[in-house]
Design a protein around this ligand. Structure first.
Ligand code: DON
Length: 309
């Protein structure tokens, strides 16, 4: 087995030399200010060893990666009732598609497309003020990452709040079917803010560890979710975590993973490692171009694909 440290450093060097990096997201204006040359990686193996390289200590906007954690929280609150509001099939369409929602009577295909994540956020919000719901989500991230310094990038949240017309359309459409309970502007406010949580690769890899360890937080031994729930969250990450790029991600990388338009990807090798990569340039499906390339190289060299070495 090659040394993880060596492999991670090699991959960061290889990614630094690549010229094709994809396009930085600009539909959220604040995200367009990020350095397109950035690349970071952090890998935490099953025994807790951490290997990092590149810009692994630079905070970036986690965006849709937050949806893994809001799904986890919402399942903890309402259990399987969640599946009455949201499906769990891959969408085969873009993350902000409107047309599918109309065809399926306001029920989003899965919790990771924008419509589904907005519906999940609404479940967390019910019975609370937006500020309380957001505080709960942020504290959950801090607890999982074992790091109370994690914060929300207010400029990114405000930028999306000003320009998130398509998400507003999705939320209003779901509201017309009763899939959203709270005032649309409250639900969207919480959604935009949890997408704007800023984390480093190291913090994100820390937060993903409970999905490696069958639902346990390895630093405290505390159970975050049951092993069955951890397995199922991983299954949804595998099938839906990269939108209409999920098949390609499974084919090339072979791990449950969740991308964000900030250029981050959290990938889970069950019982082996929690991995966070970040490179802001995106492919046509809105997933990090170099992030996926780095994960493909890592799983190949370490033999970590869930489909076999
Ligand atoms: O709602 C949005 O469009 C963003 N806050 C999140 C989208 C996203 O990260 C899609 N991921 N690749």
């Amino acid at each position: 087995m090659p040394s993880l440290d060596v492999v991670v450093k090699e991959i960061a060097d290889e990614m630094r030399r690549r010229t094709e990096r994809g396009e930085v997201a600009s539909y959220i204006p604040e995200l367009a200010r990020v350095d397109p040359a950035a690349f970071g990686i952090a890998v935490i193996d099953a025994t807790g060893n951490i290997a990092v390289a590149g810009d692994s200590e630079t905070p970036f906007s986690i965006q849709s990666i937050s949806k893994v954690f809001t799904l986890t929280l919402a399942l903890g609150k309402v259990g399987d009732r969640l599946w009455r509001r949201v499906g769990r099939e891959p969408s085969g369409s873009s993350f902000n598609s409107i047309v599918q929602l109309e065809r399926e009577c306001g029920i989003p295909r899965n919790p990771f497309i924008n419509a589904g994540a907005i519906a999940v956020t609404d479940l967390i919000l019910s019975g609370h003020q937006p500020r309380e719901a957001l505080g709960e989500i942020l504290r959950f991230m801090q607890f999982l990452a074992d790091d109370p310094t994690i914060t929300i990038d207010k400029a990114v949240a405000a930028s999306e709040q000003r320009t998130g017309f398509r998400n507003a359309a999705l939320a209003n459409y779901m509201k017309s079917y009763g899939v959203i309970e709270n005032p649309v502007e409250f639900t969207l406010g919480v959604y935009f803010h949890h997408c704007a949580i800023a984390m480093t690769c190291r913090q994100l890899a820390m937060a993903g560890r409970f999905l490696v360890h069958a639902g346990l937080n390895p630093s405290t031994g505390a159970r975050v979710v049951s092993s069955e729930r951890a397995r199922r969250i991983n299954a949804i990450m595998l099938t839906c975590g990269h939108y209409d790029g999920s098949g390609e991600f499974a084919y090339r990388v072979g791990l449950p993973g969740k991308s964000g338009v900030g250029g981050g990807i959290l990938a889970i090798a069950p019982e082996r490692a929690s991995i966070a990569v970040w490179s802001p340039g995106l492919d046509a499906a809105g997933n990090s171009h170099l992030g996926r390339a780095a994960l493909e190289a890592l799983t190949k060299r370490m033999g970590w694909s869930i489909f076999g070495a």
